[in-house]
Design a protein around this ligand. Structure first.
Ligand SMILES: [Zn+2]
Ligand SMILES: [Zn+2]
Length: 354
């Protein structure tokens, strides 16, 4: 299947999803119900990697080196754990939203009364005055100050209050994964060259050459070399796959810092540029706030399938930067740029110009 048909089928599949029912309560932070699957997956992966690192692989390193790697990887994992928790737990909402203390439910947006969710820095859903860069996130159902994006991995919005923790969690995750991958590669190389280098712990004295020990030094469990190697291959693949997403996000956010843009600004700018020109006499597309709390899929669908009689815009015909935006949109479900809030936020940016 080529990229074009894959993208187009993906857009159609997204567009065919049923709109989510409106939520009437705002989420406070990443721990607010419901938890997101990605969030749970992230914690499970973090636990697996930390457990195998400290209990299986670092004890195989030569004396002194294992102490150093206990310190380095321990420091990195602890730092990542703290900033990850802060990124999830901090409420990134606008000050006025937080002052309301989430005691009241959020009204459903009525497009017959207002054309935009945020007008003159007043949010008709939160019913408070908001700052200039605030956007109303459809997933969290509240206005977020200095809105960047909604991250499904944190299950929380990333805004001015928790952006630094989000970025630090990316950096520490990458550094931790690099350490773990290096340790695993060292173990594989040494196993093929001279396995005895990996068996220097005193508990290996009197143990046959076919037997290896897991969970050193406190709970040694005898096993076969194949089991250690199998776990090593699994963790290496998991680490390499886990490296891709934060690696991609890290480079993308460095690029955004260089451009002095937020993720939201970047995505909306590129989406505006990707709107096809409407032929004279044809009614222009309107992104009125008629679906404020539905999935972003209809928006994506509108961008790719602008209207009856118009050809879909093929991502393959775009230039590089547009294609990058397309890829970002395609991965929006997995790289935090959730498009759910875009219809809301577009309206506050002046979507009528579409
Ligand atoms: Zn709001
Ligand atoms: Zn959000």
């Amino acid at each position: 299947m080529d990229l074009c048909s894959w993208c187009q089928r993906g857009a159609l599949r997204e567009a065919s999803r049923k709109p989510a029912s409106p939520r009437h309560w705002s989420r406070v932070n990443g721990w607010s119900w419901p938890l997101h699957t990605f969030q749970v997956v992230a914690w499970i992966i973090l636990f697996i990697l930390a457990f195998t690192n400290f209990c299986i692989f670092v004890p195989l390193l030569p004396p002194n080196w294992n102490l150093i790697m206990y310190g380095v990887t321990g420091g990195l994992f602890c730092f990542h754990f703290v900033v990850h928790l802060l990124g999830i737990s901090i409420d990134p909402a606008e000050t006025n939203v937080r002052l309301k203390k989430y005691l009241e439910s959020i009204p459903t947006f009525d497009p017959s009364k207002h054309t935009r969710v945020i007008e003159n820095q007043y949010c008709h859903l939160c019913e408070v005055v908001v700052s200039q860069k605030a956007k109303h996130c459809g997933a969290c159902n509240k206005c977020v100050s200095d809105f960047d994006h909604h991250c499904k991995w944190l299950n929380n919005c990333v805004g001015g209050r928790n952006y630094r923790y989000f970025f630090c969690s990316l950096v520490s995750a990458l550094a931790s994964l690099l350490c773990l991958i290096s340790i695993l590669l060292y173990i594989f190389i040494q196993y093929s060259v001279n396995p005895e280098v990996l068996r220097t712990h005193p508990l290996y004295e009197g143990v046959s050459k076919d037997t290896w020990l897991l969970f050193l030094p406190f709970f040694p469990v005898k096993t076969k070399a194949l089991v250690v190697l199998g776990i090593g291959v699994f963790v290496l693949l998991l680490s390499a796959l886990s490296f891709l997403l934060p690696g991609y996000l890290f480079i993308f956010h460095l690029f955004l810092m260089f451009k002095k843009l937020s993720t939201y600004e970047y995505v909306t700018q590129n989406r505006y540029q990707n709107i096809p020109k409407v032929p004279a006499g044809r009614k222009e597309l309107s992104f009125k706030i008629s679906m404020p709390q539905v999935s972003g899929a209809p928006l994506l669908h509108h961008l790719r399938y602008p209207g009856l009689g118009q050809r879909p815009v093929s991502p393959c015909s775009w230039n590089f930067s547009q294609s990058f935006a397309s890829v970002l949109a395609q991965f929006s479900d997995s790289v935090c740029v959730q498009s759910e809030h875009v219809p809301l936020a577009l309206s506050s940016l002046g979507a009528s110009r579409l």
